[in-house]
Design a protein around this ligand. Sequence first.
Ligand code: FNR
Length: 362
Amino acid sequence: MAEEPVNIKEFQELARKSLPKMYFDFFNGGAEDQHTLRENVEAFRRITMRPRILVDVSRIDMSTTILGYHTSSPIMIAPTAMHKLAHPEGEIATARAAAACNTIMALSYSSTCTVEEVASSCNAVRFFQLYVYKRRDITAVLVQRAEANGFKAIMLTVDTPRLGRREADIKNRMTAPRLKNFEGLLSVEVASDKGSNLEAFAAATLDPSLCWKDIEWLRSITSLPILIKGVLTPEDAIKAVEAGIAGIVVSNHGGRQLDYSPATITVLEQVVHAVGGKIPVLFDGGVRRGTDVFKALALGAQAVMVGRPIIYGLAAKGEHGVRRVIEMLKDELELTMALSGCPTVKDITRSHVSTEHDRLNC
Ligand code: FNR
C-alpha cells in the first residue's frame, strides 16, 4: 500500500496497523451481529447515479450553509468518543483539522479533551454533542461550559438510553479512559464482571428515563439551538418538529446501538418528506465516498456527518490524517458533482440518483 492512502478504506487499514487491537476494535466495531454497521455502507452501493450531460461544470462550488454557518462543503465531523485513544492530541487535533478544512465539528460528550481545551485550540465552528446523565446538574454544567466556550449548538443524542452490546469490547475487556470534562464533577468507579466496563459506566451515568418533555428542561438551561441525533422514523421526525427542535440528524449511531436498525440512507427520504422542509435534516452512517455524500444530499440531507473515517485519519496521521480524510471526501464529491452535471450543491436533486425502491416501482 502506498504510504499516503488514496481512499478511506486504505486509511482504515492504516489505522488498524497503527492502533492496539482493543482500541481499533472499539472505534471500528458495531453492535451484536454488526448487521446495521455493514448495511449502512452496503445500502449506499445499491443506489445508482443518474448523471446529466452537457452541463457547464467548469466551476464546481461545494460550499453550503449548515444551521446558518457557511462551510466549504456539506461534510461535517460526527461526534465520536475518546479521540486520545486514537492519537495523543485527541480532539484538539480533530478540531484543528476541522478549522483548516472550514468545516463544522461536533464534539462528543465523551471527549478526552475538555471543551475549554478544544475551544482555545482552534476557531472551527463547533457543536456540542450531549448525553443526558442521571445527574442533571452535571449535564447542565457541561451545557453551560460549552455555551460559554463558543459552541454554537447542542446536539442531543437520543438513541442511547443504554449502551448497545459491542461484543469486541467485551472480549477485549475494553475500559473507558479518563473523561477530562467530568473531573471534579463526577467520579464513577465501575467494575464489571462482563469484560468491558463501558456498559456498566453507561448504565451508571446515562439517564434512561429521558423523554420528549425533557426537551423543555434542556431549553431552560441553554439559549443554543438544539438538534436531535438518532431519528430513524417519520413519526419521530414529526414529533421533533412539534417540539421546536432546530434540526435533526438521521442516525443509527453508526450501527453501534440497536442492531437491525435500518441503514440510515434507506430511511432518509421518508424522514425528509415528513419534516417537509421545516427544519434541516442532517445525516450520518456509512459515508465512505464522495458519491455517498452526493446520494445523501440527493435524498434530502442538508449535510452529512462522518464518524469512523475521521478516527481512521486521526489514528493513522493525527491532524494531518483528519485533514486528508476530509479533503479526500471533498475531492471525491467535487468530481462526482462534475461528472453528474451539478455545478453547485443546490443543483443536486432527487432525480440524480436511483434507489432500489425506484427501480422496483418502474
Ligand atoms: C460514535 N458515535 C457517537 N455518537 C454520539 O452521539 N456520541 C458519541 O460519543 C459517539 N461516540 C462514537 C464513538 C465511535 C468510535 C463511533 C464509531 C461512533 C456515533 C457517531 O456520531 C456517528 O453517528 C457514526 O459514527 C456515523 O457512522 P460512521 O460515519 O462511523 O459510519
